[in-house]
Design a protein around this ligand. Structure first.
Ligand code: CP
Length: 306
């Protein structure tokens, strides 16, 4: 079985059978992660570069672990300390690295479209590890894997994404992926942080978190990007927390327990209360574990289909 594309740039337009193939493959790799020796040979002889032009903890580490567990050779690049600080362009950086015989590129960049641009300048498979406010496909895949494990299926599942939807690549990828898989997706946040016309994607919009908790199975809580406050998109963190902060007091009004997700990093007691983040219905650390399995699946499927 093969994926339709030789790159993973986003989940927009990715068909259901490809998402299912990735999630099923990730479930097999998760079993490898339970073994005493967590290493398998399929990417032996392949060289992968992780190009990170933006900070990352979870995505960077889990891609590197996934690559090493598949026996690939790994090169890590961070913009800091590289020739990017001397003005070298993304195109030149990528082409110079490819001249060192690279097979796959994992890229995180502040510019939306940077991974797509790279597909035109290098021959390697390109995987988007987060580009601007555009997409973060492996995050949405690990979120879907976590939901599928918890609920057994995605079809019909009611998932609300809470927070700054406008500036979130995680939200965008989750919306595309979950809609394709037949979930019922909603978003909740201040009107200033929800894109106009988002309903056209089939997504329901809420501005009242108390109402949302009575109608969903899972909440995927987004990090509030603290810099947005300066641009006047919400009055204060206190105000944001009061209306859109996910707290025990609010979710306790739900008729049944709600699964709590967060892509990280968390602003504890701002968008999500610490007791919920660490509570019995939180799957935040399962998301991180599944991130490694999902990234192994994507690397394996793209790296063995050339
Ligand atoms: N969720 C996520 O992308 O986290 P990092 O920024 O730490 O990679």
């Amino acid at each position: 079985m093969k994926l339709q594309s030789r790159h993973l740039l986003g989940l927009e337009g990715v068909p259901e059978q490809d998402i299912t193939l990735i999630l099923d493959t990730a479930a097999s790799f998760k079993e490898v992660l339970e073994r005493p020796i967590k290493k398998v040979p399929p990417l032996q002889g392949k060289t992968i570069v992780n190009l990170f032009f933006e900070s990352s903890t979870r995505t960077r580490i889990s891609f590197e672990l996934a690559e090493r567990r598949l026996s690939a050779d790994v090169v890590n690049f961070t913009a800091q300390g590289s020739s990017v600080s001397k003005g070298e362009t993304l195109k030149d950086t990528a082409r110079n690295i490819e001249a060192m015989k690279i097979d796959m590129v994992v890229v995180r960049h502040a510019a939306s479209g940077a991974p797509h641009f790279l597909t035109h300048v290098v021959k390697a498979n390109v995987i988007n590890a987060g580009d601007g406010a555009h997409e973060h496909p492996t995050q949405a895949l690990l979120d879907m894997m976590t939901l599928r494990e918890k609920f057994g299926k995605l079809e019909g599942l009611r998932v609300c994404i809470v927070g700054d939807i406008t500036h979130s690549r995680v939200a965008r990828s989750n919306i595309y992926g979950l809609m394709t898989m037949g979930a019922k997706v909603s978003v909740c946040g201040p009107a200033t942080l929800i894109p106009k016309n988002i309903e056209e994607l089939g997504v329901r919009v809420y501005h009242n978190l108390e109402k949302v908790v009575t109608e969903v199975d899972a909440l995927n809580v987004l990090r509030i990007q603290l810099e947005r406050q300066k641009s006047g998109l919400f009055p204060s963190l206190r105000e944001y927390r009061r209306f859109f902060g996910v707290t025990k007091e609010k979710v306790d009004r739900a008729p049944k327990p709600i699964t709590i997700m967060h892509p990280g990093p968390i602003n504890r007691d701002v968008e999500l209360s610490a007791d919920l983040a660490d509570g019995p219905h939180s799957v935040i650390l399962e998301q991180v574990t599944n991130g490694e399995a999902v990234r192994m699946a994507v690397l394996y499927l793209l790296g063995t289909s050339n």
